[in-house]
Design a protein around this ligand. Structure first.
Ligand code: PLP
Length: 471
């Protein structure tokens, strides 16, 4: 009888009971999530102070652990899965993704080699092929999953370095390499350059136009100036959906410059790349087919629980040259016939992340994904129209996708106070950015559970808190 069996260190009956309870709890949590304040009201150190300093000498019951989860941990949780979490990028761990994550934990495979889990390796290739097709990238792009866009971009720049200076692998990064990205790019580009020995000083920040997009002519001038100065330009990172305003760098003219000067073109589509699934937003990735690599994060806008970053490259052989290292204990008889994912990156061990994206893409299907993304973009534009119609407010940037940058027509300090008041309400969580020296509020739409009435509620909240500001 299975009841008397032990499953993974726990009596089967106890596992079943706790498992059912947990799923029930998750179902209630997600059904009633609007009842929770999006942001917890705790002070730094408060949660840790409620926990014992040392781990227990003897094991505790699942009941006790779950009770503490509810009473101690939950009060300090920021509810990222809340439909009115509109800060940074509004993300979602959708139901099929949540279920797949538990399966992945149960299987606990390590897909470092094809042999160590053929299904994980092959599903990763297949599911990334589906996503590649949905966003309109050509077949020649090889896909691999990393944890985050920061790590994907680091791998892109490492491949770019391998292409430009193959001696780096043996001798270390040579002096003189320079790379380019816009002033609005995510600082993961800078971090990658620091980590890879390129040097922060050698990341050139290309100026942007009035819509916060990289100016290709400025890029060309900077590359030419560097060549005259004896430098070795090797890489350019364009962004499809920048972190602050979701501006989209013009990839086609950037690709022209990259091709002319032999630069590796990486496109950071961590957030914006997903929009290309929507037929009328395909243009977000215009020119991406000419890039050497691109990153798209399903954990940002494709309903995938953190973490999941899809990295594609047209030059997998360069990536492989940068990272493969033979170790006797990892050799298998299938090596010549199979992809071993450990050869394409820093990490050896890898989670079965493909499972969750497979569940999600199958459960929703392309048409429903398109409908949801379309409604997110539509609601963001509607919100923007309300901002424009209220003389107390103004838009601070164009709205290409599902993020609205707006401000109260007042001082930076007033806008900061407005943001704090909105977030203190617990009803919604917005974040900010600074554009041209002005403090700006950001309203990101992207959660799978968000409804139009959530967006209306946020706008009413903004208006009400602004009225208090004026009084
Ligand atoms: N690129 C862009 C455009 C982003 O907005 C972000 C984060 O918001 C990143 C990269 C980094 O993403 P991750 O947290 O997956 O490293």
């Amino acid at each position: 009888m299975s009841e008397s069996k032990n499953v993974a260190g726990m009596p089967a009956e106890e596992f079943r009971k706790a498992g059912h309870e947990l799923i029930d709890w998750i179902a209630c949590y997600l059904a009633d999530i609007r009842d929770y304040p999006v942001l917890p009201s705790v002070q730094p150190g408060e949660i840790a102070a409620r926990l014992p300093v040392s781990g227990p000498e003897r094991g505790e019951s699942m009941d006790a652990i779950l009770e503490d989860f509810r009473n101690v941990i939950l009060p300090g949780v920021t509810h990222w899965n809340h439909p009115r979490f509109h800060a940074y990028f509004s993300i979602s761990g959708s139901a099929p993704g949540i279920l797949a994550e538990s399966l992945a934990a149960a299987l606990n495979v390590n897909a470092m080699l094809w042999k160590t889990c053929p299904s994980a390796t092959e599903l990763e290739q297949v599911v990334l092929g589906w996503l590649r097709e949905w966003v309109g990238l050509p077949k020649e792009f090889f896909g691999i999953v990393y944890d985050t866009a920061s790590i994907s971009t680091t791998h892109a720049i490492a491949a770019a370095r391998e292409q430009a200076a193959p001696e780096a692998r043996l001798e270390g990064t040579p002096a003189g390499l320079v790379m380019y990205t816009s002033e609005q790019a995510h600082n993961s580009v800078d971090k990658a350059a620091i980590a890879l020995g390129i040097g922060h000083r050698n990341v050139r920040k290309v100026p942007v136009d009035e819509s916060f997009r990289m100016r290709p002519e400025a890029l060309r001038q900077m590359v030419e100036q560097d060549l005259v100065g004896g430098k070795k330009p090797f890489c350019v990172v364009a962004t499809a959906g920048t972190t602050s305003t979701t501006s989209i760098d013009p990839a086609p003219p950037i690709a022209d410059i990259a091709e002319q000067h032999g630069l590796w073109l990486h496109i950071d589509g961590a957030y914006g790349g997903t929009a290309a699934i929507v037929p009328e937003f395909r243009h977000v990735l215009a020119g991406a087919e000419r890039a050497d690599s691109i990153v798209i994060n399903p954990h940002k806008w494709l309903f995938t629980p953190v973490d999941f970053s899809a990295f594609y490259t047209r030059r997998p052989e360069v990536l492989r040259r940068a990272f493969s290292l033979a170790a006797e204990y990892l050799k298998t008889s299938e090596d010549s016939r199979a992809v071993n994912l450990m050869d394409y990156g820093l990490q050896l061990g890898r989670r079965f992340r493909a499972l969750k994206l497979w569940f999600i893409l199958r459960y929703f299907g392309r048409q429903r994904v398109v409908e949801i993304l379309r409604s997110h973009i539509g609601w963001a534009h509607e919100f923007a129209s309300w901002v424009e119609a209220d003389p107390r407010f103004e838009l601070a940037a164009p709205v290409p996708l599902s993020v609205v940058c707006f401000r109260y027509r007042g001082s930076n300090q007033q806008n900061q106070r407005l943001l704090e008041a909105i977030n203190a309400s617990g009803q919604a969580f917005l974040s900010h950015t600074v554009l041209n020296g002005r403090f700006v509020l950001r309203m990101a739409v992207g959660n799978v559970g968000t409804r139009r009435d959530d967006i209306e509620l946020v706008w009413s909240l903004v208006q009400a808190r602004a009225a208090v500001l004026e009084s």
